[in-house]
Write a new protein. Sequence first.
Length: 330
Amino acid sequence: MEQSHTVEALLTALRAAGEGTRFRILSLLGEAELSVKDLTAILGQSQPRISRHLKLLADAALIDRFPEGAWVFYRLTEAGPGRRLVTDLLSATDRSDLVLARDRERLALTKQEHAEAAHSYFAANAEEWDTIRALHVAEDVVEAAVAEALGSQSFDSLLDLGTGTGRMLELLHPLYSRAVGIDASPDMLAVARANLDRAGITNAQVRLGDIYNLPLTRESFDLVVVHQVLHFLDDPERALAEAARILRPGGRLLIVDFAPHDMEFLREDHAHRRLGFDRDQVGQWIGAAGLALESAVALPGGKTDTLTVTLWLARDERMVIAGGEGREVA
């Protein structure tokens, strides 16, 4: 049964949305997730004024806020009556309205600035990333293996842990209805946002988060991907247990990482905490998290001195059984 506003909540939401600047904010957040700084630049108003408008919209459950270091990003609320109300209001709006059209022009300039900043960060770190990529099988081979492991059947929701540049969000975009990427680096999140924007992907978002303590509810995603992340962690098993907590019954967990190796310089120069993982070791962690290992595929490099990439695919074997007005988990 769909949730509906109480009369009092509906009036509060309409009062929040029914003011010029706040409606412009909703229109902009319908195009992209933005910070207070972004909105201040686009709307030409002071930070305290914009912050006040954002608070009223958030209190009315029309937008969500996500702290990211010293910044806070805002986006339209994801679901519920608030999202339906905003969607209806925006769909009834004339997009050729001069004020809103001008706001979108300024938004485009802001996005361009974000993309340029992301490009600069990426360029500054490109040599390090190129060094790692040169040590293992080509990325397109890994991505083809990821696609083969997951198949072509669409699903509702994807969670990408340690999303980095957001590449998995781009690669799997044809399959999911919504996606969230989590990363601990604001710089990498800026790169991911720019990449998603460039690719025209609007049903994926990225957030700052702790992989050991995800800001997400239990059993909320159909697929969790952990791509080249575990080797940076002190406690990979704990991270996988947290990933399993997020999986819905029948959901899948895909892990991509290196097999054991002796390239000590990766630990010293590139912050790798672990020098790869044994197939059975990851399998044990998967079992301890309450999941069943379905497959483990090794992708050796083309040379004897290159790294082997392994893909582990696991599943939550609980089945969802429809019954009565609710659902039971078997």
